[in-house]
Write a protein that binds this ligand. Structure first.
Ligand code: NAD
Length: 321
């Protein structure tokens, strides 16, 4: 209610200001800039505030006999994968969790790869693990996400985890990017219940699980994709638009209604560096809150991985006692 009133207030203020600006365009230029700037949904603010809680939990688990221990299997030398793994290692170090990287050559024989997975799955000291995707072609016929011990599934891609999501069990491990987006919305008091939310992109790791979670939180969800007939028709009436497409800066103000929240999941390599799916400068004309790229959904994904690691460690510890 308060949120809706705030949005309405800003929309009216923008309209009134617009009338004045027609008469005094130069003098009021700076005021316009300030009033039209949406709230920047930065991951750092949330992570800085939440890290002490995670560090404390990590320490407590260690005291109770099981140190959170994340094992990552990285095959080959994809630069983006290296960078993602580095961020995950850094966050593990921040909260005091063990981090072990198994870096394999891109031509590793399948049997060796499978032996390593088996070893990690059965290692009692390991409390969370995943294979960094993508993997080289000769291993792609393997369904690696289903080969992970489900109790150590910190990515949340195992079918057991998917089944929990489908059944609406949201207090268990859930995939990291959707989980990070939910945390981002909640920590910024952006109303989910009853909101009209459009997700663009239906991948198994972002769009699809996110649609299940948001539906479970009582939002009205529309899941759009490459065959959606008229994307703007949907996005223009959404309270929240979440883009996970991988198409640089396509989502501009024309796709949005005034006062909407925009969550940019996309990471696109361009000549000017990494950009999201959202044309940030244009979208800020209509958005009331927006995530930056970088510094928005990406770090929230890594943060959620840490939360999942603490959850799997807790579960394993309880099962042992
Ligand atoms: P994907 O690459 O598997 O699929 C893209 C999706 O976009 C598909 O569902 C497709 O239907 C849809 N799509 C393609 N063209 C479209 C169009 N013109 N209009 C509407 N929909 C269209 O999806 P993904 O793996 O979820 O990745 C999407 C983007 O998100 C990529 O840029 C990826 O790098 C990024 N990503 C970021 C994070 C993060 O933590 N920030 C995590 C995962 C993925």
């Amino acid at each position: 209610m308060v949120h809706s009133l705030a949005i309405a207030g800003i929309i009216v203020a923008r309209q009134v200001l617009g009338q004045y600006l027609l008469k005094f365009p130069v003098k009021l230029k700076e005021i316009k800039l300030v009033l039209s700037m949406p709230k920047l949904l930065k991951a750092k603010d949330i992570i800085d505030a939440e890290l002490p809680r995670l560090t404390q939990k990590c320490h407590e688990l260690e005291q109770r006999g099981l140190k959170p221990n994340l094992n990552v299997v990285l095959v080959g030398d994809n630069p983006a994968s290296h960078s993602y793994v580095k961020n995950k290692k850094r966050m593990c170090e921040k909260i005091g969790a063990q981090f072990v990287l198994h870096h394999l050559a891109s031509d590793i024989p399948e049997t060796e790869f499978l032996n390593l997975l088996g070893k990690i799955n059965n290692d009692k000291a390991v409390t969370g693990c995943f294979v960094q995707l993508p993997i080289p072609k000769h291993l792609q016929h393997l369904d690696v996400t289903q080969m992970i011990n489900p109790t150590k599934d910190v990515d949340g891609f195992h079918l057991n985890t998917v089944c929990d999501l489908y059944l609406g069990n949201l207090d268990k491990v859930i995939p990291c990017t959707p989980k990070g987006i939910i945390t981002m919305l909640r920590k910024n008091n952006i109303q989910i219940e009853g909101a009209d939310i459009v997700i663009i992109g239906r991948s198994h790791i972002v769009g699809k699980p996110l649609s299940l979670i948001l539906e479970g939180l009582n939002a009205t969800v529309t899941l759009c994709h490459s065959r959606t007939k008229d994307l703007k028709k949907h996005t223009r009436s959404a309270d929240i638009v979440i883009s996970a497409v991988g198409r640089a800066e396509f989502l501009n103000a024309d796709y949005l209604k005034d006062g909407s929240t925009v969550i940019d999941v996309g990471i696109n390599k361009t000549d000017k560096g990494l950009v999201g799916d959202v044309d940030f400068a244009s979208a800020t004309e209509k958005a009331i809150a927006i995530t930056p790229v970088p510094g928005g959904v990406g770090p929230m994904t890594v943060f959620s991985l840490m939360e999942n690691l603490l959850m799997t460690t807790e579960t394993i510890l309880k099962e042992r006692s």
